[in-house]
Design a protein around this ligand. Structure first.
Ligand code: AMP
Length: 179
């Protein structure tokens, strides 16, 4: 299977959630068993052999790909969630939005005492990179290592990758030059 087939499986929804935005809808990708499998295989082949301890996924679509990858690799999964959703004691990291700010959280014991844990961060898509940047900072604030941030889709025109490269490597499968 080539990357074009993966790209073709992602539905573009114009002017959602607001005019001018092209929403990249991955429900059509994950609904296709062969393509979902192939995406997880690409990630798995990239990270197995790199002594990864955990996969961390960003709410909510990062849970779909991240949990499948952690299962495929036989490592634990860590959910990174929006503020107020995790029940136990958390650590948090703020990031700015177009208007105001948002916050991501992780459980304080997420790494279960593993020292310098080697973590792969997963989300469906990187746009401006704000969510992923805050998530990488969160991982690092717990003395863990973010080996790479992996995305199915990179909207290169928004240059989110630039925000992450000071902190971690970036990998993506499907890239769009625009927004
Ligand atoms: P950002 O913090 O700007 O990189 O935004 C990334 C988050 O917003 C990811 O969790 C994406 O799921 C979501 N997102 C941003 N832009 C889009 C888009 N055009 N299509 C689908 N999801 C998007």
């Amino acid at each position: 299977m080539n990357k074009q087939q993966i790209a073709d499986s992602i539905r573009a929804i114009y002017d959602y959630p607001k005019p001018g935005i092209i929403f990249r809808d991955i429900t059509t990708l994950i609904g296709d068993a062969k393509i979902f499998y192939e995406v997880i295989e690409i990630f798995k082949n990239r990270y197995q052999g790199q002594k990864i301890d955990f996969v961390a996924g960003i709410e909510a679509r990062g849970f779909v790909f991240g949990a499948a990858l952690s299962y495929a690799m036989g490592v634990g999964f860590i959910p990174i969630r929006k503020k107020g959703k995790l029940p136990y004691t958390t650590v948090s990291e703020k990031y700015s939005l177009e208007y105001g700010f948002d916050e991501v959280e992780m459980h304080i014991d997420a790494f279960r005492g593993v020292e310098n844990a080697r973590v792969v961060l997963v989300d469906d898509l990187i746009a401006t990179g704000g969510t992923a940047e805050a998530s990488v900072k969160l991982i690092k604030s717990m003395s863990a290592q973010c080996i790479e941030a992996a995305f199915v889709i990179n909207l290169k025109g928004l240059e989110g990758e630039k925000r992450l490269t000071p902190y971690t490597q970036v990998f993506s499968i499907v890239e769009y030059e625009g927004k």
